[in-house]
Design a protein around this ligand. Structure first.
Ligand code: SAM
Length: 170
């Protein structure tokens, strides 16, 4: 399954840290790339630096959300606490070959609920785009503990205590 993420409504300054975490969570839990609705040079560079050091081909780019939602050829899933609980739709979602997962920041436009195929909740309490995305990807992709990243410069050697990091190349 190919998974992409659309991050709606990033606010420069205010959302920089959480948007970075959305992007890093997407990468670490198996998405191929993330679309932002606006450019933020600093954020894009910090995510690309992680990709250079820790490997893989994860991309981060800007997209016009209406156009992306209209033209994406695959299943479009919007994460919202108002939606249908994930367990009720997980079999359908797992059958998709291509998936676009949409997460918001501030209030999500009504149109998004219409343009997406499914509106899915990760519990019915408000929490965060990072936690919603992480739980969704872990349940749907299921590769949190098995993914490996090609061309990594850094790799962690899991240890009981301390930090063991292999430096593979410059
Ligand atoms: C901090 S919330 C803001 C949501 C905003 N108040 C609204 O009504 O659209 C940011 C994003 O986190 C995600 N989110 C938060 N809680 C969620 C939940 N229980 N289930 C699914 N997604 C959730 C949604 O993608 C949401 O757009």
């Amino acid at each position: 399954m190919e998974v992409y993420v659309l991050r709606l409504g990033h606010r420069i300054g205010r959302d920089q840290r959480i948007s970075t975490h959305v992007a890093l969570t997407a990468r670490a839990l198996g998405a191929k790339g993330i679309y932002f609705t606006r450019m933020d040079e600093k954020l894009f560079e910090s995510v690309r630096k992680v990709v250079r050091n820790w490997g893989g081909n994860f991309f981060i780019e800007v997209a016009e959300w209406r156009k992306l939602l209209r033209e994406f050829e695959g299943l479009k899933v919007h994460l919202t606490m108002y939606g249908i609980p994930l367990p009720e739709k997980i079999e359908e979602i797992r059958r998709a070959e291509k998936l676009l997962v949409v997460v918001g920041a501030e209030k999500v436009p009504k149109e998004v609920y219409e343009l997406c195929d499914l509106n899915i909740s990760i519990g019915t309490q408000p929490h965060s785009e990072v936690s919603a995305l992480a739980i969704f990807l872990d349940r749907v992709v299921g590769q949190t503990f098995t993914l490996s990243f090609n061309d990594a410069k850094l790799k962690i050697l899991p240890s009981e205590r301390g930090k063991k990091v292999l430096k593979l190349k410059d």
